[in-house]
Design a binder for this molecule. Structure first.
Ligand code: CA
Length: 575
């Protein structure tokens, strides 16, 4: 089984799309298969839907459109090969079934990617066909009766036993094990590589060979000889013999940014273009390999530690960039210790990857932001699995005690409250999901119900048609936020001060409306769950304005030498 996992994982390049939706919030149990039945089903329904819509858009055949879809995929990570293999295996049946106007639900049940569990309903994304789902399915099964199943002798495992394909299976497995972060093995190292928890996640290392050189440390000998803290400032001013780091950064209150967060903090994002058949091209999937090796997170663009600028982004769109603008000595001093699915509890298992030396480094601003996972889970009895206020307090106190042991004196910890996720249902339930835009046949209400039925809904509490449940979930979220607020008000630690902030969704939404937008545009369209880039940038704006107004000392002084630093050191070695 072990070997089948990675093959399976990719086999439908779709687990690409499907897995992450739920894993974004649900902590992954390392012992569980990567691809649950639910994920296999979603993956299949997504792909078959896209093929079906491509047929419609190009007025062509399923055969041609499967080939077209594969041709759009990049070679990297063997995505194209995997696609052709998959099409080879399942194509003939898919073609037959689509030809008979069976919808994606029926096709995927017939091919056994979707399975009806005993005592559970038949899960479907689309409205059932006129003849009824069961009837359509029994017709479809007669046609696809010989379909290879996932684990049977003719299944995807079987394909790798064909000598001609064995080699490529090996290569795919190897590529995946290298590229996909299947295991949660975060080191606490800075890196010169972007993805796989590299400098997209924490400031780029400027000397991989030395353990004493990394972003955030207090400079050694004022960096007269080399840039020990990677902020791009070093050397001696020939005019007066004073090292530049001393001249520009001494007493400047330099500090780093550390984010302990969830998928929203890491900016989980599935580009909707991946799901829109009408506009697909070779360009559509060019960023897929990078996104995959980044856990489908885009921290480099996030409102917390993002550093890549582009034309459609506000200048200084992240908290890190604003800290850097305020004091150029802070260049590269950021760390995103964020994970899809992170909660107050599982943070305890990965916060050790935080890198800060209490004696050697600059103080830090730590932002603790877990917007929902303490109340969001995929369990049917979702309420009983939510974090209780007592547990919340215990988890957060453990985190703070740990931080106090790592952070240099003069650090600050900002505790963000949970979001009130009722806006998801309120603003999305009757809108069309990207997959439903062409034919106006998939709303978010349908998507949420489909995910719930498959027991992979990342937030049963809020992504639900049950208003009582949504209210209950919000009440618990509020209680947990109150715990954070109380801790911030009452607890003290030697090396850091505490501050509590409500997550400003209301303000973000009002600001966006003032700019002519609508609230639903602030939510990630593909997953119908995460705040998107605009929301994340606006959250940053409110964070900055609030802190600057009420607690400016947290941000440190504005460095009067910023222009000189920029003049002398340019982009300071870039990011
Ligand atoms: Ca330096």
């Amino acid at each position: 089984m072990e070997s089948s996992r990675s093959i399976l994982h990719v086999a439908f390049l779709l687990s690409l799309f499907s897995g992450p939706i739920s894993s974004s919030l649900a902590p992954r149990n390392p012992a569980s298969p990567l691809l649950s039945n639910g994920h296999a089903c979603i993956g299949c329904v997504l792909i078959v839907s896209i093929v079906e819509q491509l047929v419609q858009v190009h007025n062509s055949t399923a055969q041609e459109e499967m080939e077209r879809l594969c041709s759009y995929l990049p070679e990297k990570l063997f995505l194209k090969s995997i696609c052709y293999l998959t099409a080879e295996m399942f194509g003939p049946d898919i073609i037959k079934l689509l030809h008979l106007k069976m919808n994606a639900d029926v096709v995927c049940h017939a091919l056994q990617f979707c399975k009806q569990e005993a005592g559970q309903p038949l899960c479907h994304l689309y409205n059932p066909p006129q003849e009824g789902l069961k009837r359509a399915l029994s017709r479809a099964r007669k046609i696809a009766w010989h379909s290879p199943t996932l684990t049977g002798p003719g299944g995807l495992m079987g394909i790798c036993s064909i000598p001609a394909l064995a080699k490529i299976c090996q290569k795919i497995k190897y590529a995946l094990s290298m590229a996909l972060p299947l295991e949660d093995a975060d080191g606490d190292k800075f890196s010169a590589f972007p993805t796989l928890r590299g400098f997209y996640w924490r400031g780029r290392d400027c000397n991989d060979r030395s353990r004493n050189i990394y972003p955030g440390r207090r400079p050694e000998n004022w960096d007269a000889q080399e840039d020990s803290n990677c902020n791009g400032i070093w050397g001696i001013d020939p005019k007066d013999g004073v090292p530049y780091e001393k001249k520009f950064c001494e007493g400047s209150e330099a500090k780093g940014l550390i984010v302990l967060g969830d998928s929203a903090a890491a900016h989980f994002h599935i580009p909707p273009q991946w799901l829109l058949a009408a506009h697909m091209s070779v360009k559509t999937f060019s960023n897929l390999p990078m996104a995959l090796s980044n856990e489908l997170d885009w921290p480099q663009l996030s409102g917390t530690t993002g550093f890549l600028n582009s034309t459609d982004r506000l200048p200084n769109h992240s908290i890190y960039l604003r800290l850097r603008q305020r004091n150029r000595c802070n260049h590269r001093d950021y760390q995103s210790i964020s994970k899809n699915g992170a909660s107050s509890k599982n943070l305890l298992y990965f916060m050790g990857s935080l890198s800060r030396n209490r004696l050697l480094d600059h103080p830090a601003i730590v932002i603790y932001t877990m917007l929902g996972n303490d109340v969001c889970n995929e369990h049917i009895d979702t309420v009983s699995k939510m974090t209780t206020p007592e547990d919340m307090r215990a988890h957060v106190m453990e985190t703070l005690t740990f931080l106090n042991s790592r952070l240099p004196p003069g650090s600050h910890v900002v505790l963000y409250g949970l979001a009130d996720g009722r806006f998801l249902w309120d603003h999305l339930h009757d809108r069309y999901h990207p997959l439903g835009q062409l034919n106006k046949d998939v709303t978010y209400e349908q998507l949420y119900a489909f995910l719930s039925c498959l027991q992979v809904n990342p937030c049963q509490g809020w992504m639900s048609s049950n208003e009582t449940l949504r209210t209950l979930t919000s009440e618990r979220a509020k209680q947990l936020s109150n715990v954070l607020e109380k801790i911030a008000a009452n607890e003290t630690f030697a090396n850091m001060s505490l501050l509590y902030l409500d997550y400003p969704f209301k303000e973000i939404s009002e600001e966006w409306q003032k700019r002519g937008g609508e609230t639903w545009q602030l939510i990630e369209p593909a997953d119908g769950f995460h705040p998107n880039e605009v929301a994340s940038q606006l959250a940053t704006k409110f964070f900055w304005e609030t802190v600057l107004q009420q607690w400016p000392h947290i941000l440190g002084k504005e460095n009067p030498f910023n222009d000189e630093i920029e003049h002398l050191f340019g982009d300071q070695g870039g990011h």
